[in-house]
Design a protein around this ligand. Structure first.
Ligand SMILES: *[C@@H]1O[C@H](CO)[C@@H](O)[C@H](O)[C@H]1NC(C)=O
Ligand SMILES: *[C@@H]1O[C@H](CO)[C@@H](O)[C@H](O)[C@H]1NC(C)=O
Length: 426
């Protein structure tokens, strides 16, 4: 039985489904997409579900917001750096399907030109078009219908609109078995013949996610709560990753990524140091870099962070190996991601992030100095590593050997982030 024959799978007993549909034991979803973590922009954390365009013309979820953002992604240089997916989140629909065709209908006053025209506008800018949907009866904000009962029709509608990326949420679906429904929607997407990145909220909604299965069906998946605009939120998501990092490190890779949710730097509450922390950590985790901010008002120093080429390069490293925490001492934690180049002994280079976990007892609001022998972090290339500060790549710190001590000084809520490039054997 082929992959495609499983489209009637809700009717099958689980045992048969497992035997016949999982046999194509591919490592992960192979639709050729998301070979590196997707990058782009999505409104939800910043703009939520504002629908009153009379009172809030700049903030409401509308065609105008997405056209403005498409323009800014290009004119401000984000697009050229890889931020290519412009994704519409919840609150874009009319409350009901079209009475005759049963198709989804974009909100008539907020999206007067319809989705195909907006999709063309985005594509004409050289960007890609993403769209939100929900697997259940209603979308999460409950303003529009979910996909339940209409998987094939909705997948085809998305394909007809030129959608390149689908975010599929999991609200109003209590009665559903996600382990069957998420793959089924994925097959509906596949059958349209249009390549679409498939972003799943699947593991977030279930108790014991089976990541082996999830990674075979989704290009990325949300493993933690919704991100909010605060250091506390970033920290909680990091800790959520930490508690299951052995599983998540195995799950992420080219074509299939762990998604800790949007980048929130550039909004209201995150300090400069917390902004650096989120960016560095997301790069260590091999996370999608999907900004949620107002590109018109992002402060210059935050824009510089979001456009840091060296850090984007770490995030987009072609090996696609997610990082993990390798060392904790008191309130200091070291996160390590293996990256290119691999030296002539076959040893990786690394990105290392040094993080403060909580208040530092003698002086909670002071920078803290941390010193460690590299070997303790698993950096044991006898030829050593040439070290660069990833926040200032021109800052060359010299060569460190495995038994050398490395010292760094971390601001409150902050991070220091370095590239350790493995030196070749003579
Ligand atoms: C559909 O799935 C097959 C098998 O995994 C894959 O080779 C193909 O690229 C997919 N097509 C699309 C449009 O996703
Ligand atoms: C970046 O590093 C260089 C070389 O060490 C240094 O001269 C410069 O002041 C640094 N820039 C910033 C913004 O820290």
């Amino acid at each position: 039985m082929s992959n495609k024959d499983c489209s009637f799978l809700p009717l099958l007993p689980l045992a048969i489904w497992t035997c016949c549909c999982l046999r194509q034991a591919a490592v992960g979803l192979e639709n050729g997409l998301a070979r590196t973590p997707p990058m782009g922009w999505m409104p939800f954390e910043r703009f939520r579900c504002v629908t009153d365009c009379v009172q809030f013309p700049n903030d409401c979820i509308s065609e105008a917001l997405f056209k403005r953002t498409a323009d800014l992604l290009v004119s401000e240089g984000y697009g050229a750096l890889g931020y290519e997916y412009l994704i519409i989140d919840d609150c874009w629909m009319e409350p009901n399907r079209d009475a005759v065709t049963q198709k989804l209908v974009p909100h008539r006053t907020r999206f007067p030109g319809g989705m195909k025209a907006l999709s063309n506008y985005i594509h004409d800018k050289g960007l890609k078009f993403g769209l939100y949907h929900d697997i259940g009866e209603r979308t999460c904000m409950s303003l529009g219908p979910g996909a339940f009962g209409h998987f094939a029709l909705d997948a085809q509608t998305f394909a007809d609109w030129g959608v390149d990326y689908v975010k599929l949420d999991g609200c109003y679906a209590d009665h559903m078995d996600f382990d069957l429904a998420y793959p089924e929607f994925g097959w509906a997407l596949n059958k349209t013949g249009r390549p679409m990145v498939y972003s799943c909220s699947w593991p977030f909604y279930i108790n014991k996610p089976n990541y082996e299965r999830i990674k075979k069906h989704c290009n990325l998946w949300r493993f933690a709560e919704d991100v909010r605009d605060s250091h506390r939120s970033i920290f909680r998501i990091m800790q959520k990753y930490y508690t299951q990092q052995h599983t998540l490190v195995q799950s992420g890779g080219p074509g299939h990524w762990n998604d800790p949710d949007m980048l929130v730097l550039g909004n209201y509450l995150m300090s400069y140091d917390a902004s650096r922390l989120q960016l560095a950590m997301w790069a260590v985790l091999a996370a999608p870099l999907i900004m949620s901010n107002d590109l018109q008002t992002v402060r210059p120093e935050i824009k510089k962070l979001l456009q840091n080429r060296a850090i984007i390069e770490v995030d987009q490293d072609p090996l696609g190996i997610p990082g993990e925490s390798v060392y904790t001492l008191g309130n200091l934690q070291v996160w390590r991601r293996p990256i290119q180049p691999i030296n002539n002994l076959g040893l990786h280079s690394y990105a290392l992030a040094f993080v403060v976990l909580g208040d530092y007892f003698p002086c909670p609001l002071c920078p803290q100095t941390f010193e460690v022998v590299l070997e303790k972090l698993g950096l044991n290339n006898i030829m050593g590593y040439s070290v660069h500060d990833l926040f200032n790549i021109s800052d060359e710190l010299g060569i460190y050997k495995a038994n050398d001590k490395f010292q760094t000084r971390i601001n409150p809520q902050g991070v220091t982030f370095y590239k350790f490039k493995a030196q070749d054997f003579y």
